[in-house]
Design a protein around this ligand. Structure first.
Ligand code: G3P
Length: 217
């Protein structure tokens, strides 16, 4: 399973990348706005900086909603760096644009996926990744992880090549559940990733080893 970080914060991207386990980055308009990135040039520069920092797929989201406009915007984003993946919303015009990108060698991530039917359409259109938002499904009283299991099952039966990129991760356990459910990628904020390091018995065990080591130093 690949690990992406879901943020536009450069310090957090660096911290995750320094761990040596980062395979890519996902962003969205809300995450860009959170970092105070303003204006088309600044946005493009920010993506370029991320691409220079991390050697992996970097999702950059379009804000257009009409097929031709999505294509034009996506072409500009893809021109920033070979690792850019154009993130396109799961709408009818988005599916048409994903098909165009797929036919023209531009990688895509179909975002805002909340059902298996949407996942099938994204795969048929040729998306490289699709992003089910499991945290938002949990927030609405359903089990987000069940959607990952269902899509993974369908894709295994059908042989679809689109990678399941589990998004909207809220906690460390989500990452573990995604691994069990067959997600190809998890994109997570930094804290749930760092949470994977933690276990109280590790801390207790290490403290004891270091204390005992003083006896023979
Ligand atoms: O990048 C898309 C997704 O991960 C958003 O997560 O926390 O806003 O539901 P969240």
């Amino acid at each position: 399973m690949k690990f992406f970080i879901d943020t536009a914060n450069l310090d957090q991207i660096k911290e995750a990348n320094d761990l040596g386990i980062l395979d890519g980055v996902t962003t969205n308009p809300s995450l860009m706005a959170k970092e105070g990135v303003k204006g088309a040039d600044a946005v493009m520069k920010h993506y370029e900086t991320i691409c220079e920092m991390v050697d992996g797929d970097i999702s950059a989201e379009v804000v257009s909603t009409e097929t031709q406009a999505i294509i034009e915007e996506g072409k500009k984003l893809a021109a920033i760096h070979p690792n850019i993946v154009v993130k396109v919303p799961m709408i009818k015009d988005g599916i048409k644009a994903i098909k165009w990108f797929s036919d023209n060698g531009i990688k895509t991530n179909c975002t805002l996926v909340f059902s298996a039917g949407q996942a099938i359409l994204a795969a048929k259109a040729g998306a490289n990744y699709l992003s089910p938002f499991i945290g938002r499904i949990d927030d609405s009283g359903w089990e987000g992880i069940q959607l990952i299991q269902q899509i993974a099952n369908i894709f295994a039966i059908q042989g679809f090549k689109t990678e399941i990129l589990a998004a909207s991760i809220r906690n460390t356990n989500h990452i573990i559940q995604c691994a069990e459910a067959g997600a190809n990628v998890v994109t997570s904020p930094l804290e749930p990733i760092l949470g994977l390091l933690k276990h109280p018995l590790t801390d207790i065990g290490l403290a004891k080893f270091l204390e005992d080591a003083k006896k023979f130093q």
